[in-house]
Write a protein that binds this ligand. Structure first.
Ligand code: GDD
Ligand code: MN
Length: 355
């Protein structure tokens, strides 16, 4: 068996036969030895019976009947247990996911990917038929996952994964977002996203409701320990920056008051000293580099970013105050936020960029 495709169903009588016909003709077209495992939660509309009656037509078709509506993620996990193939797939039953992309995803796995994702949020990915409200909610949910993964569409319900990547992993059966669970807790090294067009169902009703949103938010809290490295770097960069500001003020004061320097000259020295200490702290602590690794070159880079950010600082301070009429302290606050972001991005992506 090449591929085990899991399809959770709840009241999909108008879609299921159509979908199965399409899937099995794709299998045939691309010579994929595939099985389909339907996990039905005792659908009142008798989806389960329709599937039973199709078993003669499709010998590799299987169905798990559960006692009642027990949720999407747990249905998927139930299906995984029965799968005979080393490649597991998941797809919705309502024809929202393009059947013709099964082979594209499968090819990614064959070419070495551990996880192949049907993605709406990469170039050429699309969503058709959703209203603004559902689109915004989906975007927002996706945004909330940014601290945890660089995958662009970790909320999709259409993906293929190698069985070995999730073997013995404690995946949470609650909620709708089983893919995010797999990304975070699984062991998928190579992840590929393939663009898909998601088309809102024409027949039947969506089962996503308040409890799905609730479980998603609740699960997110538990994901903190799976946060990406960049989150820690961001916080550390912020701590170093705060320390730098204190050093800056301290040196400015000391040189002016105790050494009797002209305050503008003190400010220049204070800036240089603060940037220098920021550089070393960020090099060693935030970005975990050896002190001596390309120190001179990186120091120049770090300093250039700081100077550039200072330029932006003054430009924002001046223009918000003069042209927009904001109170100068408020302008400076906005400017400082920008300065922080520029410094972080500049040094993360340039000075301390890792290959
Ligand atoms: N067995 C079982 N039990 N199946 C379920 C249940 C359940 O409790 N709830 C939903 N399903 C099945 C549906 O019958 C359908 O085949 C599939 O799961 C998706 O359900 P929909 O109700 O169509 O979900 P959706 O379109 O709102 O959400 C889809 O898109 C989201 C992307 O924004 C799903 O694919 C989500 O997983 C995905 O996050
Ligand atoms: Mn749907």
């Amino acid at each position: 068996m090449d591929l085990s495709l899991i399809i959770p169903t709840y009241n999909e009588k108008e879609n299921i036969q159509n979908l199965l016909d399409l899937i099995y003709s794709e299998f045939k077209k691309y010579k994929i030895r595939g099985e389909v495992i339907i996990v039905d939660d005792n659908s009142p509309d008798k989806t389960g019976e329709i599937v039973e009656s199709l078993k003669n037509k499709y010998p590799s078709l299987q169905i798990i009947h559960r006692t009642g509506k027990l949720g999407l993620s747990s249905a998927v996990l139930e299906g995984f247990k029965l799968a005979k193939s080393d490649v597991l797939g998941v797809m919705d039953a309502d024809l929202s996911h393009p059947v013709e992309k099964i082979n594209s995803l499968y090819q990614e796995i064959k070419n070495g990917a551990d996880l192949a994702i049907g993605s709406r949020y990469i170039k050429e990915g699309k969503i058709k038929g959703w209203g603004l409200r559902r689109k915004l909610m989906s975007k927002f949910a996706t945004l909330l996952a940014i601290p945890f993964t660089s995958v662009k569409d970790p909320m999709t319900g259409f993906f293929l994964v190698k069985k070995e990547c999730i073997k013995d992993k404690p995946l949470n059966p609650r909620g709708f977002k089983i893919l995010l669970e797999i990304i975070l807790k699984g062991d998928c090294k190579k992840i590929k996203e393939v663009p898909i067009t998601f088309t809102n169902r024409i027949k039947g009703k969506s089962k996503a409701g308040f409890s799905e949103i609730f479980y998603y938010l609740k699960n997110l809290l538990g994901y903190w320990k799976y946060r990406r490295k960049i989150i820690d770097e961001f916080f550390k960069f912020g701590i170093v920056g705060t320390l730098g500001a204190i050093i800056n003020l301290g040196v400015l004061y000391a040189l002016t008051e105790f050494a009797g320097l002209y305050y503008i000259l003190s400010a220049v020295f204070a800036f240089i000293i603060a940037v220098t200490s920021n550089f070393f702290l960020n090099k060693i602590w935030t970005f975990k580099e050896k002190v001596k690794h390309k120190t001179a070159k990186k120091y120049v880079q770090f300093f250039s970013v700081a100077l550039f950010a200072l330029g932006v600082n003054l430009a924002i301070l001046y223009s918000l105050t003069e042209f927009i009429g904001l109170w100068y302290m408020f302008s400076e606050l906005i400017a400082k936020v920008m300065v922080f972001l520029i410094n972080f991005a500049g040094n993360k992506l340039w000075t301390f960029k890792r290959k």
